[in-house]
Write a protein that binds this ligand. Structure first.
Ligand SMILES: Nc1ncnc2c1ncn2[C@@H]1O[C@H](COP(=O)(O)OP(=O)(O)OP(=O)(O)O)[C@@H](O)[C@H]1O
Ligand SMILES: [Mg+2]
Length: 232
């Protein structure tokens, strides 16, 4: 685990306006991974569907703890919105899950806060077209133009040797932003999400390939955290 003394947490936004692209899957798996490494992690749910919060509710107390913040929960008399949104004193990573069909006005404050923006893309023509349009929107926001170089793509639910995989490859190769890794289409993700786990935490299933798939993304994030630490 890295030392994070006096360092604000690294904020990782997972976003794609296209529904079902894997935002919650990537957010929850990242949160579980960092928690398993002994880090203090907040899973920040910006989606009114509350899928990340639901995942967290299934998570056993015996697993490394993740703190959930439901950004969409309405105010109550005894609980102000600022209290809900407050991060713990010691927090290393904030993973932000965002909703489908997010409007640009709602996206902009998230982009302003994020240190890294991950866009999951599925391998179908419809998804590729939607992702291209979303990435263009992201890149043209004033918040991104002020601090470029934060967007990365993760290919999700990819089956090898399929036409859709070839289409996705062609799309990813022509992007001017980094393409970090490919996650395969496997029931391991479904099984993990049922129990509030990440694939790294699954027992009794073959997870080695999936754990390897996450490595380039995790290495990228750790490198970013390290650079921030060096910069002071
Ligand atoms: N790599 C994968 N392999 C198999 N199933 C997956 C994979 N990634 C996601 N899924 C499944 O696909 C469905 C949609 O994934 P997920 O909920 O993460 O997408 P989302 O982008 O958060 O959706 P929404 O836009 O509705 O919030 C879920 O049932 C999830 O378990
Ligand atoms: Mg979701």
């Amino acid at each position: 685990m890295q030392s994070y003394k006096n360092q604000s947490p690294l904020r990782i936004l997972i976003a794609n306006a296209k529904g079902g692209s894997g935002k919650t899957t990537i957010a929850t798996n990242l949160a579980a991974y960092f928690a398993s490494q002994g880090e203090s992690v907040v899973l920040y749910d910006q989606d009114p569907q509350g899928s990340s919060q639901l995942w967290l509710k299934q998570r056993s107390d015996t697993l490394p703890a993740i703190r959930g913040i439901d950004a969409c929960r309405p105010h109550s008399v005894n609980q102000t919105r600022s209290w809900q949104l407050r991060l713990p004193d010691e927090c290393h990573k904030v993973v932000i899950d965002s909703p489908a069909a997010i409007k640009e006005a709602d996206l902009r404050p998230l982009i302003r806060q994020a240190d890294l923006i991950l866009v999951p893309v599925l391998p179908s023509s419809i998804d590729i077209r939607a992702a291209a349009s979303f990435i263009k929107t992201l890149m043209l926001t004033p918040e991104h133009l002020q601090r470029p170089g934060r967007i990365c793509v993760v290919a999700n639910r990819v089956r090898h040797n399929t036409i859709s995989q070839e289409k996705l490859k062609a799309f990813l190769n022509c992007l001017s932003i980094p393409y970090l890794t490919t996650l395969r289409d496997t029931q391991n993700y479904v099984a993990a999400s049922e129990n509030g786990e990440g694939v790294h935490e699954l027992r009794g299933r073959k997870i080695q390939r999936d754990c390897e798939n996450w490595q380039p993304l995790i290495a990228w994030i750790e490198q970013l955290a390290h650079s921030r630490q060096q910069a002071g």
